[in-house]
Design a protein around this ligand. Structure first.
Ligand code: DAT
Ligand code: MG
Length: 138
């Protein structure tokens, strides 16, 4: 099934100039990048985006980090894109991420882990709609 998923190239990766390298990996894996934009987000945007993690010990640091510099927000499309992008990213903690995954290659730590990917069809729809207007996805 062709799906869409939401991707962020996080501040640690953008700060190191890795966005083109990461997008080459994404494209070579067969995803289409339907939309992509660079921005620096507000605390409000990430408190909403990461609402499921509110109250957890890492929440404030997570919001602080995600608003600390420019990010790239993207919509990826492809066969089973939601799971396929999670697989290509690798586990949250780079120490546990498999060889060949983006987090294994680039993540600095569990918090500064270079990329985000939606975890379900519901999350993908919600996350895409938070960052993109329908007319940006044509
Ligand atoms: P994922 O990004 O793999 O979906 P998640 O949804 O559990 O992981 O957490 C969202 C982000 O929060 C994650 O990419 C990095 C940060 N995070 C999660 N657990 C953490 C922890 N124990 N310490 C520091 N940061 C953490
Ligand atoms: Mg998650």
């Amino acid at each position: 099934m062709i799906q869409r998923t939401f991707c962020i190239i996080k501040p640690d990766a953008v700060a190191r100039g890795l966005e083109d390298e990461i997008n080459d990996i994404i494209i070579h894996k067969g995803f289409k990048i339907l939309a992509s934009k660079r921005l620096t987000a507000t605390r409000d945007q990430f408190e909403t985006f990461y609402a499921e993690h509110k109250g957890k010990p890492f929440f404030d640091g997570l919001v602080e980090f995600m608003t600390s510099g420019p990010i790239i927000v993207q919509v990826l499309e492809g066969e089973n894109a939601i799971q396929a992008w999670r697989d290509l990213m690798g586990k949250t903690d780079p120490a546990e991420a498999a060889e060949g995954t983006i987090r294994k290659k680039y993540a600095e730590s569990k918090g500064h882990n270079s990329v985000h990917g939606s975890d379900s069809p519901e999350s993908a729809e919600r996350e895409i709609n938070l960052w993109f207007k329908p007319e940006e996805l044509q």
